[in-house]
Ligand binder design. Structure first.
Ligand SMILES: *Cc1c(COP(=O)(O)O)cnc(C)c1O
Length: 471
């Protein structure tokens, strides 16, 4: 399998070449040259596989530069009962007639990002050892991504993590999750500033090409193809659990921010998984909902980006959206460039409302969307506790509300549970008046010793810290 850039760069790459990279050299995103097709006989064969073996089958279709036995071992080591809390790894439970929750949040940091990041940690360690190379991952986090990356990379050979976060701005639970890690290769850097300061520092360090090369700086952001690929697997696993051996379609609703999760659903559908509808659920930051309703994609200014109670969906633009639009415009790289480089570059928006391609978003690709507000979130959390004695986190609540707006009779609707309620306890208390239960392994983590350095919002200070800790 070869990979191309959405923006038309002539080079083609193999999986392990793009594994440790971010953007393609022309600023595009990597995609496979084609989507491998899965027929009904293959689906029948895969139906009863344990999750790790299903992951191996799907990954094998996209990765041909790791020997199969090694890839199989990596999958087996990643998707275990011990790490994800159950044999099913992503157990499905029926909430009400035809509406299901697929649990993606029982990994080490209690959010779905573990599903991909845990695999990425093992792939990185494998590939770096093979090359005899090292990588220093530099990131900025306001919560979920940073902790998922740290728990995936802790103790891994050849990898160090330098994770910046705004000092004092994460919840005590999130701080405790990250700062209690005592692993030598994990460095928490609390920046006296806000999240944007952290992001600016990461950008400035990455733009210093001399420093970047010397200290082998890399990232693990959501545009990484391996992360997206890992997420394709749980659409298959959810499909198998929601159906009983027939080839009936299933719909999915996906709480969305950067469009990584739902883009994996799009890939699964393109491979031939019988997905009826893909519902994109957004919060008040409704960049994506606006596009699927109107055909206009409009990047928001910082002042128009809201801090909401489903914070992992607070985005001003959706960094994986370019992948879907590439398919939507018939994989026409020139057209894609005119939209993402010329129009977004000059006007921060593009408009497909008058084009046949926009109609296809729903008709051919199955996309629908909805938007939720803080009040909707609280109402859904309350209603779900009252009627089903189940607690959902604010992101999953956005998903549930959206799902109910797009039900099709006879088609099961699977809502992806993207985090556990304990991660967002303050909003649960606001909705219900009580704290959600805490998994036993997180009892008292706020009292554990913390491993974190505090630095000013200064690029040179962060560079000096990285240099000091790289030998
Ligand atoms: C990251 C995240 C999302 C958004 O996922 P995308 O892949 O960015 O669309 C939704 N919910 C939670 C809890 C998250 O951590």
């Amino acid at each position: 399998m070869n990979y191309l850039s959405t923006r038309g760069h002539p080079d083609r790459k193999r999986f392990c070449e793009i594994l440790l990279e971010g953007l393609a050299p022309d600023g595009g995103l990597y995609l496979p040259e084609h989507y491998p097709q899965v027929d009904t006989a293959t689906l029948a064969k895969w139906r009863d596989l344990p999750y790790a073996e299903l992951a191996f089958e799907i990954l094998s279709l996209y990765i041909d530069d790791i020997p199969p036995a090694d890839l199989k071992a990596i999958c087996a080591k990643t998707y275990t009962h011990e790490v994800f809390g159950s044999e099913e790894i992503v157990p499905l439970r029926e909430l009400e007639d035809g509406v299901y929750l697929e649990a993606l949040s029982n990994g080490p940091t209690l959010a779905f990002k573990d599903m991909a990041m845990q695999l990425l940690g093992n792939l990185f360690e494998y590939e770096l050892a093979r090359r005899g190379a090292e990588l220093n991952i530099l990131g900025a986090t306001s919560g979920d991504t940073g902790s998922a990356a740290e728990y995936a990379m802790r103790g891994k050979k050849g990898v160090r993590v330098f994770m910046t976060s705004p000092d004092g701005r994460m919840s005590p639970f999130q701080q405790a999750q990250m700062f209690s890690l005592q692993d030598e290769n994990i460095h928490n850097i609390a920046i006296t500033g806000v999240f944007d300061d952290c992001q600016d520092i990461v950008k400035a360090v990455s733009n210093d090409l001399g420093f970047k090369r010397k200290y082998r700086i890399g990232t693990v952001n959501s545009i990484n193809w391996a992360r997206l690929l890992a997420q394709v697997v749980y659409y298959f696993a959810g499909y198998f659990q929601a159906t009983a051996g027939n080839d009936k379609p299933v719909s999915f609703t996906v709480p969305s921010g950067n469009f990584g999760n739902v883009c994996a659903g799009h890939v699964a559908r393109m491979m031939g998984l019988p997905i009826h509808t893909l519902v994109v659920a957004t919060n008040e930051n409704d960049v994506l909902d606006e596009f699927f309703r109107t055909g206009i994609y409009r990047v928001r200014a910082a002042a128009d980006t809201h801090e909401t109670s489903s914070p992992s969906m607070d985005i001003s633009k959706a960094s994986n959206f370019e992948r879907f639009v590439f398919d939507l415009v018939g994989r026409d790289a020139a057209k894609l460039r005119s939209l993402f480089v010329d129009e977004l570059g000059s006007q921060a928006r593009f408009d497909l409302s008058g084009e046949p391609a926009f109609k296809q978003a729903a008709e051919r690709f199955g996309f629908k969307s909805s938007r939720s507000t803080h009040a909707d979130r609280l109402a859904t959390i309350r209603d779900t506790e009252k009627r089903f004695a189940t607690l959902v986190d604010p992101h999953t609540a956005d998903g549930l509300k959206a799902a109910r707006e797009h039900l099709t009779p006879g088609v099961p609707m699977v809502v992806l549970e993207t985090a556990l309620p304990i991660k967002f306890a303050a909003t649960l208390v606001e909705a219900l008046g009580h704290e959600p239960a805490r998994p036993a392994r997180f009892e008292g983590i706020e009292a554990l010793p913390k491993r974190v350095v505090k630095l000013p919002a200064d690029v040179e200070a962060v560079k000096a810290y990285i240099a000091q800790n790289c030998d």
